[in-house]
Ligand binder design. Structure first.
Ligand code: FEO
Length: 396
């Protein structure tokens, strides 16, 4: 049973839903699935834009054959080589041996590296135009959004941008394909989670890409994951712009590790003081339970970050250390930072957190709390002082 969708007179969605895979890149949970989007333009020449993850190639090929309805496939445009999009390239070449594969020099090297394919490659450079007849496709090289070979394809005829991973989201397509057919409220946070976990390291390249695209008329954005955007283009671009500039909303993420519950009690008390001081959007994550992909999403979303850790073998609690590595990889900027922790015989975690905040060049609170065992009533005063300082810095 095929599931294609006509987007314009001659642009079709031929992608697939994946509701089977548990972990994207073998790490990131997919509780609501994911879609691998691909598109066909039928004109004097036909072009397929991107493919899908190999496990879904049977459905994908059925979709393509249905749209082509006996026509040949002239071009396969490869915007991105990560295997969730390039996985079916070899299969496409087997079924359509005359298809010309279009990519930039890096793409072509990767197609050889991943699949050993070198025949029928056509290299394009930034700004090159390919005519399909009525449709003129212009290529924009957008390296590191999300890999070095990443590019976008713009159909100047319909003002449609085939954007690769950019503007994509986790969550399979529930019935519709266009944003106007879907409950978009379910996708915004999954878009942020996708960005934070997959593209989040590449804020500067994303900004360069957005600047490159800033002059073009966008009527439709066809990403490789999630809804096709027509009604929410401005919001979609604004979210990407904000995330890639590391700008965030007023709110605080408290992420802590706790072995015996002492650091956890500090986190709970701290959260309640934040609310007392009028902070909206207070989110508390126990790092032994919350999924790291959601913690990262929330850290990208909110301005304040407070980390709590016990001292563990004279180091940070391992779950806290794992989070720090992810934050460092993504070079998260512009955060207001606070920290606290607890220890039994010798404290070191708070010093290490303070050093981390300084290394990240965050706006660090003066107050920090290093609590011995279960603490004393004085700690409440210090925790309140940290909440007050953090709120005041976020207000500034
Ligand atoms: Fe959806 Fe970078 O792949």
């Amino acid at each position: 049973m095929s599931r294609i969708k006509k987007l314009t007179d001659d642009i079709y969605f031929v992608g697939v839903n994946d509701r089977h895979t548990h972990l994207f890149e073998n790490m990131i949970p997919l509780p609501y699935g994911i879609s691998y989007n691909a598109y066909i333009i039928t004109d004097e020449k036909t072009a397929l834009i991107d493919t899908v993850e190999i496990s879904f190639s049977e459905q994908f090929i059925e979709n393509i054959l249905l749209v082509l309805n006996g026509k040949p496939l002239d071009y396969l445009i490869v915007n991105h080589m990560e295997p969730d999009h390039s996985g079916s390239i070899k299969m496409i070449q087997r079924i359509f041996p005359k298809v010309q594969i279009i990519g930039n020099s890096k793409t072509i090297g990767m197609i050889d590296g991943f699949f050993g394919l070198t025949e029928n490659m056509y290299e394009v450079k930034d700004g090159d135009i390919l005519s399909l007849g009525k449709h003129q496709l212009q290529f924009y090289l957008t390296p590191m959004v999300h890999w070095p070979e990443t590019m976008m394809t713009y159909d100047t005829t319909t003002c449609t941008l085939f954007s690769g991973d950019a503007f994509g989201s986790f969550r399979a397509l529930d019935g519709g394909v266009l944003d106007s057919e879907l409950n978009t409220e379910l996708y915004w946070d999954e878009m942020r989670r996708y960005y934070a976990n997959i593209v989040g390291k590449y804020g500067v390249p994303v900004q360069k890409a957005l600047q490159k695209l800033s002059g073009i008329d966008l009527q439709m954005i066809c990403s490789t994951h999630g809804p096709v955007w027509t009604d929410n283009i401005a919001d979609t671009v604004a979210i990407y712009n904000k995330l890639s500039k590391y700008e965030a909303d007023r709110g605080v993420v408290i992420a802590y590790g706790s072995m015996y519950g002492n650091t956890e009690k500090m986190a709970e008390l701290f959260a309640s003081y934040l609310v007392d001081y009028g902070m909206p959007n207070v989110l508390v994550h126990n790092l032994s339970k919350s999924d790291p992909s959601e913690v990262l999403r929330d850290i990208f979303k909110y301005k304040g970050l407070v980390l709590g850790s016990p001292t563990y073998s004279n180091e940070l609690y391992p779950k806290v250390n794992e989070l720090l590595a992810k934050l460092k990889t993504r070079a998260i900027k512009n955060r207001v930072f606070g920290c606290f922790g607890s220890f039994t015989w010798a404290g070191n975690s708070v010093n290490m957190l303070k050093e981390f905040g300084a290394e990240m060049q965050w706006d660090c609170c003066q107050v920090s709390i290093d609590q011995k065992m279960a603490g004393t009533k004085n700690n409440n005063t210090e925790i309140e002082a940290l909440a007050k300082e953090l709120c005041s810095k976020i207000r500034e």
